[in-house]
Ligand binder design. Sequence first.
Ligand code: SAH
Length: 352
Amino acid sequence: MKPLRCLTDLPVDGFEQLATDWGQRPFAGRNLRRWVYERRSHHFSEMTDLSGKFRGQLSEATVVRSLGIHSRREDDGGTTAFLLQLDDGQRVETVLIPEGDRNTVCVSTQVGCAVACVFCASGMKGLRRNLRAGEIVEQVMLVQESLPETERVTNVVVMGIGEPTMNFAALCQALETWNHPDGLGLGARRITISTVGYPNKIDQLASLGKEFGLAVSLHAPRQDLREQLLPGAGKVPLPDLLAAARRYYQKTHRRVTFEYVLLDGINAFARDAEQLCQLLRGFPCFVNLIPMNPVDGLPYRRPPAEMVNAFRNILEQSGIEVTQRKTRGDGIAAACGQLRLREEDAEATEVG
Ligand code: SAH
């Protein structure tokens, strides 16, 4: 039997075509799209303005959605990590981060990751597979549906499991569906993509012609250290990476954020901060400092608070705008990809 097609895997402008392929009028496709994204229906039986024939065709060959929630964990501040079940038994994580009047969703793009940054849980078992566009899109819909009626998802950060630019076509389609008024209608400025930073991919993102935010995982002010920490991406010469980030800014007028995970004894010394200042002097950017979230089985630790503060002060004194990620979700293992690994390991222990 052919696997069922999932409607969220269609591009937003693909619904008319689906309808006409099955002998329906284009407006039936538009109505169908409205059921999927506006009314958020899960069942064809509710789609009462579609003909019985069309509904029959749809339910034979397609499903509306494909993601399920395997489990969720919430901390005191409301940060909620969802472990999602995919239709082939794989799992990925999505995290809801409520903060003030924002509800940010952190979405995954791959099951596992091929980049293998040394401090990250996501790449510890390599890449299993890419997510389909619909599986990326639906993460935001699922979180939206878990919120009270009065609350909305306001922001999306593509900072979960996976390297988004290594699943580029699906990423771009998901961005389009989130952003499009006939999709989720989320403003491009409210969507940020985080990447290890391949210059050609940054250029391709810029050429989408949208004001998506871009965050680049820098993590080191020197080439040799970056190569050690990001084995799958550190070979990109730093001047090339910065030049691509600059082109992104020139094209989109969005200041790029450089992410910097602080690892005790490795990249968090005062001289690292000073070198980072040199590297970024005059660059239209923000630096997002992220004290390392501990990962089971990895030897890296976050530096003591005084060192984090000292690092931050050095950057600020040289005029760099710094944001610091609150270390949230430790208690619920929200550190990128950890929930999935812990769950898999627990199941392996149960079976074995
Ligand atoms: N692959 C993309 C997006 C996923 S991770 C990227 O690398 O940018 C989002 C951010 O979390 C990245 O900056 C990543 O380096 C960082 N990160 C990964 N593991 C972490 C950990 N254990 N503690 C803190 N930050 C981590």
